[in-house]
Design a protein around this ligand. Structure first.
Ligand code: PMP
Length: 350
């Protein structure tokens, strides 16, 4: 049974002691208060971008907080969710001492970030239905296990994990459970953001790179308890979200209806694509998808991948992932792009 949860026991010792950097604009947001700003050694001549951005991203967080029904103090923003994931390692894992658990096949950056941060990565493969292996996961944890990375809907398999299993892990895992919801807006499952009040060890990571169509601005988001977010805020680079990103992201959040319309179109496209893919002879299996991509098993993934490149279509070859032998991953494109993909795949079937 899980011991009483105490976040401070999980925080890396030097971070616990750290006095974070106090940036010039922590108190006053540039250009908003009518003050004269002579505090940050900027070029004073206005061009729209000569001032540092708000280090606390107040406007954007307040819009996100409203959308997700959380407090702004429960939000950390990162330069893409890759930065958010990296901050989790740096805040909670002691290099060369601690370990994390990941569940391959999954998003490749968990492993890479563990290696960069000199943290042992304990891999517990998903089962043959691509579901987490609860007992094996819990058996892997010891006193140095700080983080468990769960990607749901999972990349590259496309499925969401059973909610009861994840509840079980949240209740029995001693460290932080990071649920990466990069693809949640395409999913029929409820977001774990709605459960933050119940689980003090839950961190939900989302991104504007997928459904929101904003991969170019790099905005990743962590939702968690105020206590967890306070630790992450202490170590984030002061101005990690640039002004252009803050402005574009805010506009897009306020334009949520258009985002949802685009998601609707992508989902319809996915549902049309799946039966067509299944009818192609060398496609042995089309995995069900709760995301904006589809994983398929083919006769020879490398050969099919190269044939597609020759026809001008770039997809992802996932063959190297465990349990993903001879698989390709297709992102859902525009209706025209999906038609082109199908046409080329069918030509290759002749
Ligand atoms: N998590 C998952 C599951 C992903 O698939 C990706 C990108 N492919 C990311 C996180 C990183 O997204 P970003 O850094 O663009 O927010």
């Amino acid at each position: 049974m899980k011991e009483e949860f105490n976040l401070q026991n999980l925080v890396r010792s030097n971070v616990r002691k750290l006095q974070g950097y106090a940036s010039a604009r922590d108190e006053f947001k540039a250009n908003k208060t009518g003050m004269t700003f002579l505090d940050a050694n900027e070029n004073p001549f206005e061009n729209g971008l000569n001032r540092y951005p708000d280090p606390q991203q107040r406007e954007l967080k307040s819009a996100l907080a409203k959308l997700k029904n959380v407090k702004p103090t429960q939000i950390l923003l990162g330069n893409g969710s890759d930065e958010v994931l990296d901050l989790l390692f740096r805040a909670f894992c002691e290099p060369k001492e601690d370990n994390v658990i990941t569940l391959p096949p999954s998003y490749g950056m968990y492993r890479v970030l563990a290696e960069i941060n000199a943290i042992e990565n304990r891999e517990v493969f998903l089962d043959k239905d691509f579901e987490p292996h609860l007992r094996a996961i819990l058996e892997q944890q010891d006193n140095n296990t700080k983080l468990l990375f769960i990607c749901s809907p999972n990349n590259p398999t496309g499925n969401s994990f059973d909610a009861r299993s994840l509840k079980n892990l949240l209740e029995n895992f001693n460290g932080l459970v990071v649920i990466d919801e990069a693809y949640i807006d395409f999913s029929t499952y409820e977001s774990w953001v709605n459960f933050l009040d119940i689980y003090p060890n839950l961190v939900v990571v989302q991104t504007m790179s997928k459904a929101y169509g904003m991969a170019g601005i790099r905005l990743g988001i962590a939702y968690a308890s105020v206590e967890i977010i306070t630790v992450l805020n202490k170590i984030k680079p002061p101005y990690n979200i640039n002004e252009v990103t803050q402005q574009h992201a805010l506009k897009r959040v306020l334009d949520i209806n258009n985002v949802m319309d685009e998601v609707e179109t992508m989902l319809k496209q996915r549902e049309q694509l799946i039966p067509e893919l299944s009818s192609i002879g060398y496609i042995e299996k089309v995995y069900s998808s709760d995301a904006n991509f589809v994983l398929v098993k083919v006769d020879n993934a490398l050969q099919r991948y190269q044939e597609l490149i020759q026809k001008g279509i770039v997809v992802r070859n996932r063959t190297q992932d465990p349990l993903c032998d001879n698989t390709l991953r297709f992102s859902i494109g525009t209706p025209e792009e999906n038609q082109k993909l199908l046409q080329v795949l069918k030509e290759m079937d002749l």
